[in-house]
Design a protein around this ligand. Sequence first.
Ligand SMILES: *[C@@H]1O[C@H](CO)[C@@H](O)[C@H](O)[C@H]1NC(C)=O
Ligand SMILES: *[C@@H]1O[C@H](CO)[C@@H](O)[C@H](O)[C@H]1NC(C)=O
Length: 505
Amino acid sequence: MPSIKMLWIFLLVCFHPGYLESSRILALFPIPSPSHYFFVLPYLKSLASMGHEIFSVNPYPLKEPVKNIYDVPVPEVFENFDEFVKRVLTSKNTWQSNDVFNEYSLNLTDTVLNNEGVRREILSPKSAPFDLIIADLWRIDALCGLAAHLEAPIIGVAPYGTDWKIDELVGNSSPNSYLQSPYSHFHDLETYRGRLAQFVEQSISWINYKWRHVEKLKALQKKYFPNIAKIPRNFALVLVNQHFTLGPPRPYVPNMIEVGGLHVDQNPKPLPKELEDFIQGAGDAGVIYFSLGTNVKSKSLSEDRRNVLLNTFANLPQRVLWKFDDEQLPGTSANVFISKWFPQQDILAHPQVKLFITHGGLLSTIESIHHAKPMLGMPCLFDQFRNMEHVQRLGLGLTLNLQEMTAEEFNSTIVRLLTEKSFDVIAKTTAARYRDKPMGPMETAIWWTHYVLRHKGAAHMSVAGKELDFFIYHSLDVLGTFLLAFLVTLGILSIFIFKTLKRFK
Ligand SMILES: *[C@@H]1O[C@H](CO)[C@@H](O)[C@H](O)[C@H]1NC(C)=O
Ligand SMILES: *[C@@H]1O[C@H](CO)[C@@H](O)[C@H](O)[C@H]1NC(C)=O
């Protein structure tokens, strides 16, 4: 009786709680920085392989087609990115840099919503509805208006960990007294001065956003979605690129889930033959891997800085892999291998690689910790300073200032990292702690994504706090009542004392 058996299977599949039909998912990752899109791409690919259809708005369309992923490219976003980075680097103070960030995010949102593909595939009334939206949370609030417009649950992804703005979306709190925000300068929160500075910096960012930015944001949102008056806070879930071994442990509301290292390939591949031979040729001395990431181009380094790097490398017994964005680098010694691109994760997985010299971007530091490699950090931008400060405090590495270090400092720091046992030992214990978990970051992200789909946005997970305004959230109204009562009592008491004293005069 095969037909009854088939019917049973059919019923079982339909009513099994884990069953999901394929969903139409919109992914919004327009930031022109690879560390945003390449952080989520493995996750999107994984969802696509399970039969979900992914419409992905991003500036890095796939070179080879992947089944179920439909790119909606937004190449225009590159147009003023270099200008933006320059303005961030030359900002005179926190207020100004917040202005630049906020203005940039408005420009970016406008560009994305104006993109022809976005208008045709997503905004057009003719396009089919989406079951879910997955969006980058990096200051692109008006795109969340898009989510409200499309009436689909939304999952936010925080590739840099959380900050006060992301916290507000879900009603999470990250007390200023012991937690840093990824974009702030590094402050030593163990001192009063550090806490004061952090509080002031955070407040400036908050006031700049609330007073200057929100109105412009609302105007932009109104231009495209006239029916949506408020900046929506309808997040079903936030996936945070953080783990309590990678940064300071912190509290989360139930719909904020740590997926630190989501992008890490759990099965490193063998290296291309040429690279493998170069690495093997280093013998016991081992290999150093050097990359300044994607935002800082090594060819834009001054002649003097290049010479410091080249001369130091030339005198080391190790071999060096240097990610350099040009065909040639005059003056390289035989122990240095240059390439525009390296399979970074596969290199860090190699047992002969002993040290990672890095700009300290979050994805790089996570990969380094995953593969238990000590780091020499040269932070230049954004959250890199904070990441390296944490790495240094854990005892996983050391930090130098790329623009100011001397050749002697560079050499002695490398030698220290390679010879002092503690760096290697701590790298190994940290990796063991980080890897020891019930489910990997990818399984965790997929499981929760399906949870949101199964429970139609899972609104039951949200805390009530996300709807509260600042005064009520922090109980300032109640505290205010007590303060008022105290002041009134004090007033009455002083009038009484004053009158009594007068009578005795
Ligand atoms: C935003 O766009 C305006 C107009 O195109 C431009 O003048 C400005 O420099 C842009 N701002 C940023 C931060 O990119
Ligand atoms: C680098 O430092 C080591 C250890 O301090 C030292 O032996 C070596 O001579 C130094 N190399 C150069 C080129 O200064």
